[in-house]
Design a protein around this ligand. Structure first.
Ligand SMILES: Cc1cc2nc3c(=O)[nH]c(=O)nc-3n(C[C@H](O)[C@H](O)[C@H](O)COP(=O)(O)OP(=O)(O)OC[C@H]3O[C@@H](n4cnc5c(N)ncnc54)[C@H](O)[C@@H]3O)c2cc1C
Length: 592
């Protein structure tokens, strides 16, 4: 049995105690799946009915955990970060990391119970007779991260390491590593990670200085990895330059670095220290010194960087999902607070200015939800062999990573502000959400690196924006329940965003506009997705209103010296804040 929470499980119930009822409740005790109308609608659209039938009880179970036990554990783990022990009591360099029991319990839930790391790779997780679709995996990540962000790094990087090993490693290496990595036995399984960044380069991967030498038939690594999340993983995938290989990314080879050698001895590398981080505090990020560590080559030595980019792209998608999840937590917290807090004799949700602030939290959250589920369903089609989906995925992934991770920061701050002063106090979730949000614009490519990837490669080289155009036009054609005039406005915004992207891709002198291109493509894509989703039978139609907010407030010029809200926004707000299902007929009059 779980121990009772020291924080109490109040949900929306009034809090008892002298003066305590003045404080608005938080989301403790809520089922994060049950209260997420957007998620429930969209998994129904993007999952096969059979899969949904089998998986929905698990979404529900995870929703309860995320609003309950996981959230309690996450709060404690955040306050008890991991500790590095550099030596044992005999002075041997047997470095190890101690974790708080709260973190270990979360690992049990993630790797043992739900087996997130294996669900894409084998049958048998969550009672499924085949691997889970990407839509289901990322929906699970989304629920989990609403409670705990730090551990999602080890979970995801184990999942993506398995992907790389399955795809590129030789049969012998697969046979050695995969059974251990795919195990659901937390006590004995091998978890994965990815070490790339060095002092000389994070964005500039080609500057990596770690070298690989072949000594007596074994590859040994020498170097210094500067940012190593999940520092004590059992297997790390990393890039190193074999002696004599060319400079730049072309000369980098991919290796799998085991923590323990086959005879059980520690491999020749040390965790030198752990980083004292702003966020993701439950998870250990460290610095690693490679002192002739044995490593196994993975795949083609000349294609190390390209192979590693597969892992990077999978992580980017997961980061977009994580940002969406944290934004959803912010929305849930902000709404519970806004409906529960009294000021000047009214609940604060009744004040126009506060409602506008709430909309600024809600719209980016719903955009990110649509974007990640569409991207995940595109991944499912790409995995089934669709070349069109592969091209679409090429542009959707960095778009999601870029914008959702950026939006997460103001959304987290906005939700804190709704709670007022309490939002700044560490015993509420907001401080952690704000701290965790910021890493999204750094790891797996900063905002600039993702924006440049979109413009130079996805648009300029791969022409993936044209695949996106075809997909979006098709969705607009299908959204016949939405007034034609509104769809025409979206078509014209799409035309302009695509033309802008092509222009910036073609003219190197316009590189400063890369982020603007990335944002505009994201906003128009998410707006069209939400319009299409709103028109599907049984789906809550307020998604079309979010689409109009994105169109008017993100893709249309605003006069800074004119009122920012008009009549349609006020009417739309009434529907957005109503707590019932909204029908498409109720919103069409607001879609001009
Ligand atoms: C908590 C945490 C955990 C991490 N864990 C890992 C891990 O497990 N494994 C791993 O490999 N890495 C990890 N990283 C490292 C992370 O991926 C890098 O910090 C990131 O890629 C940026 O690299 P950098 O720090 O060297 O910054 P730099 O590359 O030096 O960038 C500095 C600034 O310059 C900008 N910039 C760089 N090039 C350009 C350009 N061409 N045009 C415009 N602007 C540019 C960047 O956008 C950034 O704003 C982690 C980082 C953090 C904070």
């Amino acid at each position: 049995m779980h121990a009772p929470s020291p924080h109490g499980s109040v949900g929306n119930a009034p809090v008892e105690g002298r003066g305590a009822d003045h404080i608005a409740p938080d989301c403790a005790g809520q089922n994060f799946y049950a209260i997420d109308r957007g998620l429930r609608d969209l998994v129904r659209l993007y999952l096969e009915p059979d899969d949904l039938g089998r998986l929905e009880p698990h979404f529900d179970r995870l929703g309860i955990l995320a609003g309950g036990r996981l959230d309690e554990l996450a709060r404690v783990a955040d306050q008890h970060p991991p500790v590095l022990n550099a030596r044992d009591r005999f002075g041997r360099d047997e470095d190890w990391i101690d974790y708080h029991s709260s973190y270990r319990e979360m690992e049990q839930i993630a790797f043992g119970d739900f087996q997130f790391h294996a669900m894409s790779h084998r049958a048998g997780t969550l009672g499924m007779d085949r691997p889970l679709p990407a839509v289901a995996k990322y929906a699970m990540q989304y629920l989990f991260v609403q409670a705990e962000f730090g551990l999602m790094c080890p979970i995801s990087v184990t999942d993506t390491s398995i992907h790389l090993i399955r795809k590129f490693a030789a049969a012998e290496l697969k046979d050695y590593l995969l059974p251990k990595m795919l195990s659901g036995d937390v006590a004995t399984m091998w978890k994965g990670t990815q070490f790339m960044t060095e002092r000389a380069g994070g964005s500039d991967v080609g500057a990596i200085e770690t070298t690989a030498r072949c000594e007596e038939g074994e590859w040994r690594l020498y170097g210094d990895k500067w940012f190593c999340s999940h520092a004590d993983a059992d297997v790390a995938l990393l890039l190193a330059r074999p002696e004599g290989a060319p400079a730049g990314t072309r000369g980098l080879a991919l290796f799998a670095l085991p923590r323990r050698l086959k005879d059980g001895r520690r491999n020749a590398y040390r965790i030198v220290r752990l980083k004292d981080k702003l966020g993701t505090r439950s998870m250990a990020s460290g610095e690693i010194l490679l002192e002739g560590a044995v490593a196994y080559p993975v795949g083609d030595a000349g294609r190390g960087f390209k192979q590693m980019m597969e892992q990077v792209n999978l992580s980017r998608l997961s980061h977009g999902v994580r940002a969406s999840a944290m934004m959803r937590r912010c929305v849930n917290e902000a709404l519970v607070c806004a409906r529960g807090r009294l000021a000047f004799g009214k609940t604060i949700i009744e004040y126009p200015l506060l409602r506008r602030q709430l909309l600024k939290i809600i719209v980016p959250t719903e955009q990110a939800l649509s974007m990640f589920l569409f991207t995940a369903s595109t991944m499912d089609r790409a995995n089934a062999g669709s070349k069109e989906a592969e091209s679409l995925l090429r542009i959707l992934t960095p778009l999601l990573k870029f914008r959702a991770c950026r939006d997460n920061i103001p959304v987290a701050t906005g939700a804190m502000e709704v709670r007022g002063g309490n939002g700044y106090i560490e015993e509420w979730v907001h401080a952690r959400l704000i701290r965790d949000a910021h890493v999204g614009v750094l790891w797996e490519g900063t905002s600039n690196i993702n924006a440049l990837d979109i413009v130079s490669r996805a648009v300029g080289k791969s022409r993936a924006h044209r695949t996106l155009e075809v997909a979006l036009r098709k969705l607009l054609d299908e959204a016949t329940q939405v007034p034609a005039a509104f769809r025409d406005r979206l078509r014209s915004a799409l035309d302009r965003a695509l033309a802008f992207a092509e222009r910036v891709a073609a003219e190197p002198a316009l590189e400063e506009s890369a982020r603007q291109v990335a944002s505009s493509l994201y906003h128009i894509t998410s707006a069209i997705l939400m319009v299409w989703e709103a028109g599907q039978p049984g789906t809550d139609a307020r998604r079309a209103l979010y689409a109009r907010f994105a169109l008017e407030h993100r893709l249309t010029a605003q006069d800074p010296l004119a009122p920012c809200y008009g009549e349609w926004e006020r009417k739309a707000e009434e529907l957005v804040f109503s707590e019932r299902q909204v029908a498409i007929a109720e919103v069409t009059g607001l879609l001009a």
